[in-house]
Design a protein around this ligand. Structure first.
Ligand code: BES
Ligand code: MN
Ligand code: MN
Length: 463
């Protein structure tokens, strides 16, 4: 395994150039104008698996975008690792805030990435991260170092809710059969503080529509006498949190798993620099639920956030108008043991109940997903921890993250497999934002670390 360092040194320029080629294709799953590009990306990913030495590579049709599959089975008595990732990306807008075009990757140095970072949409989420696995497997296959079986499943609809995946898993249980799932689609604390993600939040996402009068009205002639849907929606949204930033939806917290004082104390030992956090985001202060520290607020506590709000006149200048309709997109991040369907229902009932007479309210649910937590005493976690210790020279810290990967709970439900989340991105890598990037050092460190997971996982399961 020590050869991995030499292999990376010899091939790193090629690795980076191959990733850059992948990043040039705008695989935006949310926008149908890019569907050809999404499909082209799937083909490129399939080719990369073939080049790495995988067998039986395939573009598997689903009712949405395809899943790219590939495998290397060396011995059915050995464990099988299933690598999951996604080749689709978020829309790049707002375009004007990108310092270089989102699909023309460039390498630039940053304060946190003195060895350079690749700037492009998808650099970190998730093309750069799943590609580390392709290169790590390439190394193991080409150097006769693959200690177990590997399967790849790279999907194209993660950023729009993985709608086709439940069917895909159910239809291909045998093909996807595995001992453990390995994903790099999260982050780590810092380049000198390696961490392993042990929890993901769930998600309930809804769109709400408030209708007042049957047409847009002159805000002078009618103003003050009719329900203005934008005023009403703002008030309704504001009422969803109380003065302690507690969510007011009845029943919302009923199933929330409360951590013990000991667990919270253990969490508080993980490094967190509040001043640096505020400074990086240019905020005078943090904001959140009373009684919880910032790292708790974004990981072990459920939240409700407006992601977008619109209605009325937003063009240049002033137009005096009372709009007929107002809209908002609202996400709720969930923690164990909240259920997304139940929460969506609680939200809907509550939101309808607080609407004043005179407006009509519609709630349209979008995608959802279950939260997930793993234990640190599992073989998978131990193998990952040993791998990080080998390549970072430090024990990794377990960390629950605030983001969601709904497929992870589904993997456990349908395939009965646990997932290990080995993320190599940083929170500051601007995923989903303009100027997304992924450190070159992080990319190469991931490629270096992954083969050790294979080695230790195989050793630990044999023994
Ligand atoms: N890779 C992210 C999730 C993530 C990022 C988790 C960083 C932890 C740390 C993933 O691609 C994502 O964006 N997920 C969505 C959910 C999905 C249903 C659209 C999210 O978390 O908003
Ligand atoms: Mn992702
Ligand atoms: Mn994402």
């Amino acid at each position: 395994m020590e050869q991995i360092k030499d292999y990376i040194n010899t091939h790193k320029d090629r690795f980076i150039n191959e990733l850059i080629d992948l990043l040039k294709i705008p695989s935006i799953s949310a926008d149908s104008a890019f569907s050809e590009d999404v499909l082209k990306t799937a083909e490129t990913v399939q080719q990369s698996l073939m080049d790495a030495g995988c067998d039986n590579t395939e573009i598997c049709e689903t009712k949405g975008y395809p899943v790219v599959y590939g495998e290397k089975i060396i011995d059915s008595n050995l464990p099988t690792i299933l690598v999951y990732g996604h080749y689709d990306v978020q829309p790049p807008d707002p375009m004007e805030l990108w310092e270089s075009p989102p699909f023309e990757p460039v390498i630039k140095e940053t304060e946190l990435h003195p060895n350079g970072a690749i700037f492009a949409r998808g650099a970190c989420d998730d093309k750069g991260q799943f590609f580390m696995h392709v290169k790590a497997v390439e190394f193991m296959i080409k150097n006769d170092q693959l200690p177990c079986n590997v399967k790849f499943m790279i999907e194209g609809e993660e950023e729009v809710g993985s709608d086709s995946l439940a069917d895909f898993l159910n239809d291909h249980k045998e093909k996807l059969d595995n001992d453990i799932i390995l994903i790099s689609d999260t982050g780590m604390v810092a380049n000198d503080i390696p961490s392993i993600t042990t929890g993901l939040r769930g998600l309930s996402y809804v769109e709400v529509e408030v209708t007042g009068p049957n047409r847009d009205l002159h805000s002078g002639i009618y103003g003050g006498a009719v329900p203005n849907p934008i005023n009403v929606l703002s008030k309704m949204i504001a009422s969803l949190h109380d003065e302690n930033n507690h969510i007011t939806i009845p029943g919302f917290y009923d199933k929330v798993e409360e951590l013990t004082d000991a667990e919270r104390a253990e969490m508080a030992e993980a490094p967190f620099d509040l001043e640096a956090y505020k400074q990086a985001l240019d905020i005078g202060d943090v904001y959140g639920e009373k009684g919880y520290r910032t790292p708790e607020r974004y990981s072990i506590r459920p939240t409700l956030d407006v992601n977008g709000i619109w209605g009325g006149y937003t063009g240049e200048g002033a137009k005096t108008v009372i709009a007929s309709k107002a809209f908002a997109k609202i996400s709720m991040r969930l923690v164990p043991d909240q259920d997304p369907d139940e929460i969506t229902e609680l939200f809907t009932k509550h939101f309808e109940s607080i609407a004043p007479a005179g407006v009509k309210v519609k709630v349209n649910p979008h995608h959802g997903g279950l939260p997930y937590v793993t234990r640190t005493n599992s073989v998978g976690y131990q193998a990952a921890a040993k791998a990080y210790e080998t390549t970072f020279g430090k024990k990794p810290v377990p960390e629950r993250t605030g983001g969601s990967i709904p497929i992870v709970a589904l993997f456990e439900e349908v395939l009965g497999s646990k997932t290990i989340l080995m993320g190599f991105g940083l929170d500051s890598d601007a995923i989903h934002s303009p100027n997304e990037h992924f450190g070159v050092w992080n990319f190469l460190k991931g490629i270096e670390t992954i083969p050790f997971f294979y080695k230790y996982y195989t050793e630990l399961t044999k023994g």
